[in-house]
Design a protein around this ligand. Sequence first.
Ligand SMILES: NC(=O)c1ccc[n+]([C@@H]2O[C@H](COP(=O)([O-])OP(=O)(O)OC[C@H]3O[C@@H](n4cnc5c(N)ncnc54)[C@H](O)[C@@H]3O)[C@@H](O)[C@H]2O)c1
Length: 374
Amino acid sequence: MGAGIAQIAAQNGHEVIMNDTQRVALDRARKGHENIMARLVVKERVTPEESKATLKRIHYSTSLNDLCPCGLIIEAVIESIEVKQAIFKNLCELSENKAILASNTSSLSIASIGSVVKDPSRVVGIHFFNPAPLMPLVEIIPAVFTSNETVTEARAIIDSWGKVTVLAKDTPGFIVNRVARPFYGEAVRIYEEGIADPATIDWAMTELGGFRMGPFTLMDFIGHDINYAVTESVFEAFYYDPRYRPNFTQKRMVEAGWLGRKTGKGFYSYQEGAEKPKPNEDAKLGGDILWRILVMLINEAADALNLGVASKEDIDLAMTKGVNYPKGLLQWADEKGIQNCVDTLDHLQSEYGEDRYRCSPLLRRMAREGKSFY
Ligand SMILES: NC(=O)c1ccc[n+]([C@@H]2O[C@H](COP(=O)([O-])OP(=O)(O)OC[C@H]3O[C@@H](n4cnc5c(N)ncnc54)[C@H](O)[C@@H]3O)[C@@H](O)[C@H]2O)c1
């Protein structure tokens, strides 16, 4: 992740110092940068001169002291609060100047990371999506102590790199990793209930819903260890709200070492010659599956808006630009009808008796008042 961020900054004219404790990680990053820039030259996206200049702007270092002159420091080390806090403590001692200290964390709070810094007003979350050079979205996350100047300056820099920035509250999962939970969770639930197999659910979401990848293909691609860890940490961070409860199916896959594409086996087999199972292309079944997952996503998006996590425009932008959803979820809610969303969620909750399906008060209020998001 860090290597991708370094690449974008260098392509946008910044001198970049890439720091890692592991020399081998830096060597891998340097090789990666050389390969990517060479590929971009072949594709005629950059000239050979631009490629050379970009590579020359990236410096590789194992010493944190080398970061002293930086105006913006984006931390992207392993997802551990202890490791991140130790680094931020060192960074604040090092950079007596006014450097912006940013974290690319996906699941830790910016408040906890920045709490060790003497002047935390210059600490902010700058959350990229993988692969960083290709995905346009960046979430900007001010913590309770972040100054307006820091937010404005950080956002202006990332905007100038051609990224789409959205502002998110310092809450678990920020926008994307919170709102997207049902894409995986509800899909697995439908599978566990025996309503459909992964191939059919993936078919419904891609062919009928227009999503670029089905949930099972996507989980296999991300890796079940990573995807399960995010689900578990969001669940814990939300004080065990049943809406975010992880599932045994994925837990067992992690325990079995079936991590997806990278281990050759996940929901699908990736062995040589393995055939992908055929979906059941029943239009009624597919439509029901799509709607059940979609209405859960809409409910999350509406609840995020209700709780001030982000503006409606930013929530829709985040899902289309960060995870390639075919449409903003709140715009989709308008098209499907707010009352329709409420009725489906109420039906699911009465059928299952689970808080997991509770309707966001915002949707309920809007339905009552005949309002739409746009
Ligand atoms: N991978 C993703 O899809 C993704 C997406 C968005 C955000 N993130 C976030 O980015 C961060 C990094 O994720 P990743 O997947 O690139 O992890 P990774 O494990 O691939 O890389 C982490 C790097 O940090 C280095 N490191 C560890 N301790 C260090 C220290 N004290 N000082 C300097 N370097 C140190 C490691 O050597 C390693 O090269 C995490 O906070 C993660 O949540 C990851």
